[in-house]
Design a protein around this ligand. Structure first.
Ligand code: G4P
Length: 193
């Protein structure tokens, strides 16, 4: 997606060979016009795929997921990193280890918000090692439903996330694919959308 690549080129900041800072429009401040375009782009691409729900992982996946859900006319469900005291009834849980941040957490989905006949689109901001998306897929499968695809804003193609998901039979579609990062260097490879 040209607009996202342009935004990354002009406002993104490559901190190292592995980390891209995008606090100004995705991770801290959010650009709603860009998020709306992202939502429209995903909605257009996935319109004939029978998607019934969109899942995302809090917190930075929420903005693009909600715009995608709005344009597709389906509900959006936030997978929780902290189990809320108000989360009642049956829940599905799985452990996620973040290699980028060196932390781990329990990802939770209430059984109320997944049906066995759901076709799920998972949306997230970054794909690095694929831990979060793999965990989200496990929760979908625990609910007896099917992952139709994973839509990503920024894929770091030099990390193993895409291969890991594709090896598990999960389709990945990324709006921007970064082939190389370095201090002040951001190189792209052909994006999917
Ligand atoms: P993975 O799920 O693909 O394996 O990613 P990993 O565990 O390595 O990354 C964990 C967190 O770090 C995720 O955010 C992910 O979005 C973020 N992340 C990974 N690489 C980058 C990067 O190059 N730049 C930025 N800005 N973020 C990166 P999170 O902990 O879920 O946080 P958030 O959604 O609350 O922002």
């Amino acid at each position: 997606m040209k607009e996202l690549e342009e935004k990354i080129k002009t406002e993104g900041n490559a901190l190292s060979s592995t980390v891209l800072k995008v606090d100004g429009f995705i991770n801290h401040q959010v650009d709603p016009v860009l998020m709306d375009k992202i939502g429209r782009t995903f909605a257009q691409y996935y319109k004939d795929r029978g998607i019934t729900r969109i899942l995302t992982i809090e917190s930075s996946g929420i903005a693009p997921a909600v715009f995608t859900a709005l344009h597709m006319g389906v509900p959006m469900v936030i997978l929780k990193k902290q189990t809320s005291k108000t989360l009642m009834g049956d829940v599905y849980q799985t452990n996620i280890t973040s290699f980028t941040k060196g932390t781990s957490y329990e990802l939770t989905l209430s059984a109320s918000y997944i049906d066995p006949d759901d076709k799920i689109l998972i949306i997230d901001d970054f794909l690095a090692n694929g831990e979060a998306a793999s965990g989200a897929s496990r929760l979908v499968h625990m609910g007896g439903a099917q992952v139709e695809s994973v839509g990503i804003l920024i894929e770091k193609s030099f990390q193993k996330g895409r291969k890991r998901l594709e090896d598990a039979g999960i389709e990945v579609r990324s709006l921007a694919r970064i082939s190389r990062l370095g201090r002040g260097i951001i190189e792209f490879t052909q994006a999917d959308l």
